[in-house]
Structures are given as C-alpha cells and as structure tokens.
Design a binder for this molecule. Structure first.
Ligand SMILES: [Zn+2]
Ligand SMILES: [Zn+2]
Length: 96
C-alpha cells in the first residue's frame, strides 16, 4: 500500500510527496522545490521518515477538512441557486 502511494506520487510533478503543497499553495513558512521532479519541497527536505509520516498525516487531515468545507460551500451555492430559481418561477407564475 505504502509502496503504491510512493510510486503514484513519484510520477506526480508539482505536489510535494510529504506535505502535499503545490506551486499555488506552498507551505505557510514558504518553500521551494528541492528536487528537479518537483515532488519534494524545501520544508520537507531533510526530515526523518517518521517526521515525514507525521507531516503527511497532518496534510491529509487538513485537506480532508478543506474538502469538507468546500463541499458545504457548494451545497450553500446550490441552495441559493434553488432559491433564485424558485423566485423566478414565482415571478413567471404570478405576473403583476
Ligand atoms: Zn513539502
Ligand atoms: Zn512546501
């Protein structure tokens, strides 16, 4: 399983394989790519395997949280879209 993840991330350029930061969303403390393939950033370079694992777990938990918030936001947007549609339908059904 771990091997599979490693292989998968190896081929993905532009996402740090430890903290999952990207060109668009770099580490809070600032970072740059440490390897030519852009799969390890300077904030994670030199960490011990145990530290890398902790950092990866935190990043995954963070992203999971973020995904949940984005989903809620989308639900909100869908909600106001439905409301707008409802008002338009009302206007169509009830001419002045
Ligand atoms: Zn990193
Ligand atoms: Zn980084």
């Amino acid at each position: 399983m771990a091997k599979h993840v490693l292989q998968q991330t190896k081929s993905t350029s532009g996402i740090c394989r430890v903290c999952l930061c990207t060109d668009e969303q770099g580490c809070a403390e600032g970072c740059e790519w440490s390897d030519r393939a852009h799969t390890l950033c300077s904030a994670c370079d030199g960490l011990t395997p145990a530290e890398m694992k902790t950092k990866r777990d935190e990043a995954v938990a963070d992203l999971t949280l973020q995904r949940g918030m984005l989903r809620e936001e989308l639900a909100d947007l869908r909600g106001s879209l439905a409301q707008t549609q409802q008002r338009l339908d009302f206007a169509r059904r009830h001419p002045i």
